[in-house]
Ligand binder design. Structure first.
Ligand code: GLC
Length: 456
């Protein structure tokens, strides 16, 4: 009996893993449900780097600025216009269902009053208060899920650069960044263990003090899963706060994948979320005005949800807590588009596989309505291939303009569907038009590659 149970478990586990690729843990569909349905999250990179408007942490790591000058930014981080309720209502208006804020970036500066390190904005900056509790409260009041970003690596900690990454033992000193690794031959595993205790301690403060719905890790790449002891970390986190979702930047011991900046070209293997900046910077950089247009962002959002992903769209508030006006405008436009097209977004499933339609598509949860996102205006008709269902109606989402459709070609007696042609709409949405096809029954697709029709 036990053996049978074990075999069944292994089978289920391997099927789940085959579907959810890079993850080393089984996919917990019930726990992940809210995240799957969320589609849109807001990422917030808020930290002392906004004072000078320079890259978060990387600016001192890459010696663009000295460590001292970088940390001097603490003196200008005042958060004096921080209004988390306004933030939360803007995010809700944008159509986001969750938010992830940098509790601590690679620089190690904590936005909460950590008992384990004075390097935090409560003790060391004029902000002088915990910035996480009001953030979490404001989000919860708006019904949004609370996420916290936490960098594993910590370039300010005296015990962090105590061991090397597996495989780099012979890297010469001049090739090592001493913020990450010790000099050759100076490895000190005991200090590393001290750092690990500190790392766990800070995470326990976050997991138990703020009960986040999601922990968004970063910076696992400077050590191996064994060095971080990720398996044990995962277990501890879920003991401290059961039900919490963990992203996969835990050397694979997380729940979902996090492609960054580039929309995946092929569908990732498993649940995923694209994190992306609105301009070219994660945090506030006054010189960066290279913003994507709302239309570009809406198109990218559609690409993500069509392939079963979420979009985690980043903003970088200023040191006083105000959100850049370009980002406010993007979020508001995204929000009005989302409200008009809500049925095509929430909660839907990934749409058609590639090859059926030239553009992103989503499918209603009951599989009976297919949504086509028109990334370009058709010359005369919209064409969709491989749909076996009869069509009940075709309409433009938001305006309810009815469109006519007909199937042409195919070999219906062999169940090979023709091409579905839909008349083009009279009016288009200024950002992205969506056409809904209401099907008879659940979507029934023909995937074949064809052959001779031997029976006429
Ligand atoms: C990268 C960078 C970091 C940024 C993150 C967001 O990992 O190290 O600066 O916060 O991406 O995904």
């Amino acid at each position: 009996m036990k053996a049978l149970v074990a075999i069944i478990f292994l089978l289920v586990f391997s099927v789940a893993n085959a579907q959810h690729g890079a993850s080393k843990v089984p996919y917990d569909a019930a726990k992940m449900q809210w995240f799957e349905d969320a589609k849109l999250g807001i990422f917030i990179h808020w930290g002392i780097y906004a004072v000078n408007g320079i890259p978060e942490s990387w600016s001192f790591y890459n010696k663009q600025i000295s460590y001292k000058d970088y940390m001097d930014q603490l003196k200008g981080f005042n958060a004096k216009n921080y209004n988390p309720s306004e933030w939360a209502s803007l995010f809700k208006e944008a159509g986001a269902k969750y938010v992830v804020m940098t509790a601590k970036h690679h620089d190690g500066v904590a936005l909460w009053n950590s008992r384990l390190s004075d390097l935090n904005v409560v003790k060391k900056s004029p902000a002088k208060r915990d910035l996480l509790a009001p953030y979490a409260d404001a989000l919860r009041k708006e019904g949004l899920k609370v996420g916290l970003y936490f960098s594993h690596l910590y370039w300010s900690h005296p015990d962090y650069a105590s061991v090397t990454q597996v495989g780099m033992e012979n890297t010469p000193n001049d090739k090592r960044n001493l913020l990450s690794y010790p000099l050759q031959g100076k490895e000190d595993p005991a200090r590393w263990q001290k750092f690990i205790r500190f790392h766990r301690g800070q995470l326990k403060e976050l997991a138990t003090g703020y009960s986040p719905d999601l922990l968004w890790f970063d910076g696992d790449w400077e050590r191996s899963a064994e060095q971080w002891n990720m398996r044990e970390l995962r277990d501890s986190l879920l003991r401290w706060n059961p039900g919490m979702i963990l992203n996969a930047r835990m050397n694979g011991y997380g729940d979902y994948l996090t492609p960054e900046q580039g929309v995946p070209i092929t569908r990732p293997n498993g649940k995923w979320e694209l994190c992306m900046t609105t301009n070219d910077s994660w945090g506030y950089q006054h010189n960066d005005k290279n913003f994507k247009t709302p239309r570009q962002i809406i198109n990218i959002f559609a690409e993500c949800i069509a392939m079963g992903g979420n979009l985690l769209l980043d903003i970088g508030p200023k040191a006083d807590g105000t959100i850049q006006e370009e980002q406010v405008a993007i979020l508001k436009t995204l929000g009005s588009w989302n409200r008009k097209h809500a049925e095509a977004v929430y909660p839907t499933e990934a749409g058609l596989p590639f090859g059926h339609f030239y553009g992103p598509t989503t499918l209603s949860k009951d599989s009976s309505t297919l949504y086509l996102f028109l990334v370009a205006q058709p010359w005369d008709e919209i064409a969709v291939k491989g749909i076996r269902n009869k069509i009940k109606s075709v309409r433009v989402v938001g305006s309810n303009e009815q469109l006519t459709s007909r199937k042409m070609g195919g070999a219906s007696w062999l169940n090979i569907p023709g091409i579905l042609y839909i008349t083009k709409p009279k009016q288009y949405d200024e950002n992205l038009t969506v056409v809904a096809i209401d099907l008879e029954g659940k979507l029934d697709l023909y995937h074949g590659s064809g052959g001779a029709v031997e029976h006429n």
